[in-house]
Design a binder for this molecule. Structure first.
Ligand code: OOB
Length: 539
């Protein structure tokens, strides 16, 4: 049933006993993502699936153009089961590319728009991708070739690089083809329980870890998310978070809107005025935000210049939402707030639209599926009762059982009985709403982007004038947390400032969101009694 190449690469499938249960209970169905689109094209034909600036796609067009692009990829030598890195801003062509890959059974690796060639190289090596597709909003951005030229990828027999520049007309954006392969020739053999794509984990160990999601598990989570958010063919959703992120892909995300037959409106920027304009113009009812963007919007001077009365639901997730901000969202936007606590590894929780304000403001809601298992444990892994704070662990029908190609990390990140150790701290209340109170994992959550301090430290240490460094997250009104580097220089009076540290890091091609927001120069760190740097005291 599983692809031999995946098993060899260290894919950890669902144990058969649980897989059987998920099939028997009807969670996992036999549809792949491409088959889902084919069904949607039949059902919703000329209805508009997506809009970006002056471009739009009906369900039929999306289906037809996905076949067009899939044919092109096939002619270029991309084969079924190949992994292909995909990086894109929020442009409409991304939907054609994603479904084009699915059409031929190739598997996207969803890179974040902010990833630099340093991360891309590592993701390419780990996934053994055969190439990269990069979409650009203009031709000033680096192309796939420019990114990949910064490194060499040994042992790959094919390295396909493609850059699509988003243009005013969709036809101009896409490669012209002499002949489009017929639908039946494209039929991929992959089945619903095969890996559909790789998502990237925010990472607690530095470089992003690869998260293998199957068609069946992912489509199940989409379907359930659509139920809990009440999407329907009239839904208009604004997508302002990066399209490649799990939150706005499937919780319910653009895939949820497609599943319901609604319309996705893409915004390339998160600027309040531009987003408000879109909300007013398209009478948008639903948007998913991270707390930092919600703050930005609420504090915007343009807030009263637009008619935002169509907005019915604002979802907030990705990082802790403070109750005071939750209250403001409800009051100022005059909407139903929906908190979403999820992770690319799987588990997603939602507050429900009929929950009381108290629950919506104070909790992160309930697990998506009745088959999700969540347990709160003490330090030794012993389960704790409701209301007791501990480590959040989970397993279920759409949560992975291991990262791809990372046996060593899997031993640490999963328990023997298959629970994923989320690294988050929290509790379940008496009604089984989850409350996330903190995290044990060493991670900075800057505006929903996850950063591992040790990774940034390693880069800063390469600076010839720096003796030691400690990177921490400090509380920030608008970002949630900002990145601070506390630096011990090699010799005093050396000119080390934020500007030259940023410049130095940029030259290393790491993601821009990992670059410190501030630095502090110190003579020494504070240490704990076991001699570790006391990060808490540093803040
Ligand atoms: C989402 O996914 P990731 O993979 O970028 O990050 C997951 C981590 C969680 O383990 C937790 O530490 C944090 O992000 N997080 C939250 C949160 N939602 C995510 N912490 C507190 N409150 C929340 N509401 O971020 C993600 C994936 C799917 C849906 C929503 C978010």
């Amino acid at each position: 049933m599983f692809l031999e190449q995946d098993i060899q690469q260290g894919y950890v499938p669902f144990p058969e006993s649980r897989a059987r249960q998920y099939r028997e209970q009807g969670c996992w169905q036999s549809q792949t993502h491409f088959q889902m689109l084919a069904d949607l094209a039949l059902r919703y034909t000329d209805r508009i699936a997506a809009i970006q600036d002056d471009k739009q796609l009906s369900y039929q067009q999306l289906y037809r153009l996905a076949i067009h692009y899939g044919s092109y990829l096939k002619q270029k030598g991309v084969r079924e089961t190949d992994f292909v890195l995909l990086q894109s801003p929020n442009v409409i062509e991304v939907f054609i590319v994603i479904f084009g890959l699915y059409a031929i059974g190739a598997r996207p690796v969803f890179c974040l728009h902010g990833h630099g060639s340093y991360e891309i190289e590592n993701i390419a090596r780990q996934s053994r991708a055969v190439g990269m597709i990069k979409l650009c909003a203009s031709d000033n951005e680096p192309t796939a070739s420019e990114i990949c030229d910064a490194f060499s990828v040994p042992n790959f027999n094919l390295w396909f690089r493609d850059t699509l520049i988003s243009q005013h007309s969709l036809e101009a954006s896409l490669p012209q083809l002499k002949q489009v392969v017929s639908e039946s020739d494209l039929q991929a053999q992959s089945t619903a329980e095969d890996i559909a794509f790789l998502q990237l984990s925010g990472g607690t160990t530095g470089l992003p870890k690869l998260i293998p999601r199957t068609h069946a598990d992912y489509i199940y989570s989409i379907k359930k998310s659509v139920e809990v958010t009440g999407l329907n063919p009239e839904t208009k959703q604004l997508v302002v978070l990066p399209v490649m992120h799990n939150f706005c892909m499937s919780s319910p995300g653009f895939l949820g809107v497609f599943y319901a037959g609604g319309t996705v409106i893409l915004s390339r920027v998160l600027h309040p005025r531009i987003c408000f304009e879109l909300i007013e113009k398209y009478k948008i009812q639903q948007v998913s935000l991270v707390p930092a963007i919600a703050t930005l919007w609420l504090n915007s001077e343009s807030l009263t210049d637009y008619d935002l009365s169509s907005l019915a639901v604002v979802q907030v997730g990705g990082a802790k939402l403070l109750p005071s901000l939750a209250e403001q969202i409800i009051k100022i936007f005059n909407v139903k707030l929906q908190q979403v606590y999820g992770m690319a590894e799987g588990l997603v929780n939602f507050t429900h639209l009929d929950d009381t304000d108290q629950i919506t403001i104070q909790t992160q809601g309930k697990k998506l599926s009745h088959l999700d298992e969540i347990r709160i444990t003490d330090h030794d892994g012993q389960a704790l009762p409701n209301n007791a704070i501990g480590h959040i662990q989970t397993r279920g029908p759409y949560t992975i059982n291991g990262y791809y190609n990372l046996a060593e990390i899997n031993r640490r990140s999963f328990t023997e009985d298959g629970f994923y150790k989320t690294g988050d701290i929290g509790y379940l209340d008496d009604e089984l709403n989850i409350v996330v109170t903190g995290r044990e994992k060493e991670q900075i959550n800057r505006s929903g982007e996850k950063i591992t301090p040790s990774e940034v430290e390693e880069f800063i240490l390469q600076h010839p004038r720096i003796k030691d460094v400690c990177v921490i997250g400090v509380r920030d009104e608008s970002l949630g947390e900002r990145i601070k580097a506390i630096i011990i220089p090699k010799t005093e009076h050396h000119e080390i400032n934020l500007k030259n540290i940023r410049h130095f890091l940029m030259s290393k091609n790491i993601s821009h969101f990992k670059i410190p927001d501030e630095i502090e120069i110190v003579a020494d760190f504070k240490y704990t009694h076991v001699g570790k740097v006391n990060r808490k005291e540093l803040g």
